[in-house]
Write a protein that binds this ligand. Structure first.
Ligand code: ZN
Length: 226
């Protein structure tokens, strides 16, 4: 294939991929949600979801996150923030407010997949995602607990979008007893280490790799926000 043909093919491929994000604004909100009582675990975010190296979340939100990332091109800048059982710290330290869902691994901060610190067209998909999760300010659609974007200090177009999932009250650095999620199809489920698809419902299944222990100590009570 000659170079110009190669470029044309690449452009055509990009055009094929774009509608997923471009049409996302019209996506209906999740039709239903459910509470996942399967044990949580802080695990690395899979490679299929663009993210900052080392970022981790509670595995129970990964199918939702994968579903979202497929439709809204995004880059995760932070997930779980806190200690791991081996004593190391993961995530952005002292970035989040007291009681943040980041301390339970049930929140993510996202920015455009094309880095941009200005509110430009690169943010269109992130803005669409924010409106999908919270069509009316301070009224997040279940399973989301808190959405930080326009109108929320330290968030918004050109800054970042915060998404939290509803969950059972949990102390800082503890896994919540349950997490509310929206069901996703098999394509969004967790993959095995060999890359095979696991069968639905993914969130109720066994360990997905990552850290070796499910629980880790912690103290403080939790409150709201980002
Ligand atoms: Zn956040």
């Amino acid at each position: 294939m000659n170079p110009s043909r190669l470029i044309a093919t690449a452009i055509a491929l990009v055009a094929l991929l774009l509608p997923a994000g471009a049409g996302a604004a019209e996506l209906p909100p999740p039709a239903s949600t459910r509470l996942v009582y399967a044990p949580g675990k802080i695990v690395p975010i899979p490679a299929s979801i663009p993210h900052e190296a080392g970022d981790m979340v509670d595995k129970r939100i990964i199918p939702d996150l994968r579903w979202i990332a497929k439709r809204f091109p995004l880059y995760v800048t932070d997930g779980y923030s806190g200690p791991l059982p081996n004593g190391t710290h993961v995530g952005c330290d002292e970035c989040h407010t007291r009681g943040s869902d980041h301390y339970n691994g049930l929140a993510v901060d996202v920015v455009p997949i094309e880095p941009s610190s200005h509110c430009d067209s690169d943010w269109a998909a992130i803005t669409s995602l924010a409106l999908w999760a919270e069509p009316v300010q301070n009224e997040p659609v279940p399973p989301f607990r808190w959405v930080g974007y326009e109108g929320d200090a330290g968030h918004g177009c050109g800054n970042h979008l915060h998404l939290s999932w509803n969950h059972a009250p949990a102390a800082q650095f503890q896994l919540a007893e349950w997490v509310e999620v929206f069901p996703v199809g098999p394509a969004e489920g967790e993959t095995t280490p060999r890359g095979r698809r696991a069968r639905a419902p993914k969130v109720a299944q066994g360990p997905a790799g990552g850290i070796s222990q499910a629980k880790f100590g912690g103290l403080s009570p939790r409150g709201g926000g980002d």
